[in-house]
Ligand binder design. Structure first.
Ligand SMILES: Cc1cc2nc3c(=O)[nH]c(=O)nc-3n(C[C@H](O)[C@H](O)[C@H](O)COP(=O)(O)OP(=O)(O)OC[C@H]3O[C@@H](n4cnc5c(N)ncnc54)[C@H](O)[C@@H]3O)c2cc1C
Length: 479
């Protein structure tokens, strides 16, 4: 038996903590049970390399965190979050030694795109103008949109493959490459829908709110959520892996910050056969291979504009990035992997001692891959920053298996709680009036395996908690 609380949340990732906060705000006593020794799930930090070097173990950059309709209402600053916004959100270098830089800009200006500058503005400026209503509609389960025109403008393009939208919208290699790098966050093949949705959303966030990160590491965001929850009376027990729903006694509601696989393990035979088989058919996406470095100086970028952004995308052209994303989807390794890199210490000296630096990066690999990507990966960084390898003091490498050991929700190294295919983006984990409910009364899913999916925004937790509160008050039509 666990507690005398009104509600239990299993898992303290951003969605678990968000769900617990919404329940506590409604007056329920809430207990969070977390398998790991620290709170935060995919938003944690630790000294992975050398003493004094703070690395983000999973998430690093948080445009969705600052834009989240829930997080924006919480007193995160009072609980220790200080957002750092670098001068530019993103840099995207090319082999000719130049780079384009994406900045916060209400009119979506991207200098350096040449004739595509006006085209980029035409695509993004209307979205930036609609940012707030759009985010409300997009960061939610399927519903009658509150802002149908804004959503229709976004949706018509978002439903395309990124390669198609890039070729339709832009003429030059730079704009196409920039858009491909944004879209590849989807972890989908770029010739598949709705990969363009990710490019549009991340570009719009860069222009509208920037791509900031918390001073001191992502852990600060999780610690602030935990601290605010405790201020509302919530309790958190770490080091407590829940093996079965039976451990939780009769307490309801129970909100599970786990994937469909986690739900199958926890609920086992209690679930009706049809629902169980649909959960078994849920698809996970490619995995990631992650490297963190302790460096004795900043990364020596050939294009010096790269030092203005915390995030750098390495893959140059649409063709190269698209090929690199086809490989993991086919179970193959990309020889030149598309690399997403963050260099927070350039703007946050608390990350490393004595004017030294850290860097964080990952690339996509087949789900469950055991291939060591370090050589290929570092060759990509070296290509755009000759001399990079000489700056490495220490490195930490984590493949899919290590990521999953660290957090059971990273199934086979999938960092988004399931593939973001067209059907799974709108109906995750299964098609159901309220995707947060399960056939078990009072048992809800609240993880990134529910809408709106991966990322540190807490909106899956928010909507799951609202569904639980509706069921408690007997007003739910969802079952
Ligand atoms: C390498 C990497 C890089 C990323 N980069 C970014 C980024 O830069 N920006 C961004 O927005 N997002 C990023 N993400 C994605 C983001 O971290 C996730 O989408 C987000 O954390 C999902 O939140 P969640 O609460 O659904 O689940 P998680 O954060 O995965 O948390 C689930 C929690 O539940 C716990 N748990 C699971 N099962 C049990 C059990 N049976 N009993 C008790 N506890 C249990 C786990 O230990 C874990 O703490 C990244 C993820 C990874 C792995």
């Amino acid at each position: 038996m666990t507690s005398m609380s009104d509600a239990i949340v299993v898992g303290s990732g951003p969605n678990g903590l968000a769900a617990a906060i919404v329940l506590a705000q409604a007056g329920l006593s809430v207990r969070v049970l977390e398998a790991a020794e620290t709170v935060g799930g995919g938003a944690r930090s630790a000294e992975l390399t050398l003493p004094g070097f703070v690395h983000d173990i999973c998430s690093a950059i948080h445009p969705l965190g600052v834009a989240s309709p829930l997080f924006r209402t919480l007193p995160l600053a009072e609980h220790g979050v200080e957002w750092i916004e670098p001068p530019a959100a993103l840099a995207h270098p090319f082999d000719d030694g130049t780079a384009v830089v994406l900045e916060r800009s209400p009119d979506a200006a991207v200098p350096g795109l040449g004739e595509d500058e006006a085209r980029w503005r035409r695509l993004f400026a209307p979205l930036v103008a609609d940012a707030e209503p759009l985010l409300e509609d997009v960061l939610a389960p399927v519903h009658l949109p509150a802002h149908p025109l804004a959503l229709a403008r976004f949706g018509a393009r978002a439903a395309l493959p990124a390669t198609a939208l890039a070729r339709l919208s832009f003429r030059g290699a730079k704009a196409r490459g920039l858009f491909a790098g944004l879209s590849a966050h989807s972890m989908l093949r770029l010739d598949r829908p709705p990969s363009a949705a990710f490019g549009l959303m991340l570009g719009l966030l860069a222009h509208a709110v920037g791509w900031p990160f918390p001073q001191g590491g992502s852990q600060r965001l999780s610690d602030a959520l935990a601290s605010y929850l405790r201020s509302l009376g919530g309790e958190i027990e770490t080091g407590r892996r829940v093996e079965s729903l039976a451990e939780l006694g009769e307490t309801r509601p129970v909100l599970l910050d786990v994937t469909p696989r986690g739900l199958l393990e926890l609920a086992g035979d209690r679930l009706p056969a049809l629902y169980r088989s649909r959960l078994e058919g849920y698809r996970y996406g490619p995995g990631v291979f992650k490297l963190d470095w302790a460096l004795d100086g900043p990364i020596p970028w050939r294009a010096e504009e790269c030092a203005r952004a915390a995030t750098v995308h390495l893959g140059a052209t649409l063709e190269e990035i698209a090929a690199s994303e086809v490989a993991p989807a086919r179970g193959e390794i990309a020889e030149r992997p598309y690399v997403l890199l963050a260099q927070q210490s350039l703007f946050d000296p608390t990350r490393a001692p004595d004017e030294r630096h850290t860097a964080w990066a990952y690339c996509h690999v087949p789900n469950g891959s055991t291939v060591d990507m370090t050589e290929r990966f570092e060759a990509q960084v070296e290509r755009f920053a000759p001399g990079f390898r000489d700056r490495i003091l220490a490195r930490s490498a984590r493949g899919p298996a290590e990521l999953e050991r660290h957090n059971a929700n990273c199934v086979g190294g999938d960092i988004n709680g399931g593939a973001a295919t067209l059907s799974q983006l709108v109906t995750r984990p299964v098609a159901r009036v309220s995707p947060y409910t399960t056939p078990l009364p009072g048992v809800f899913l609240c993880s990134a395996s529910t809408p709106p999916g991966g990322g540190v925004h807490g909106m899956c937790g928010y909507h799951a908690a609202r569904a639980a509160l509706r069921q408690l008050s007997g007003t739910s039509q969802a079952n």
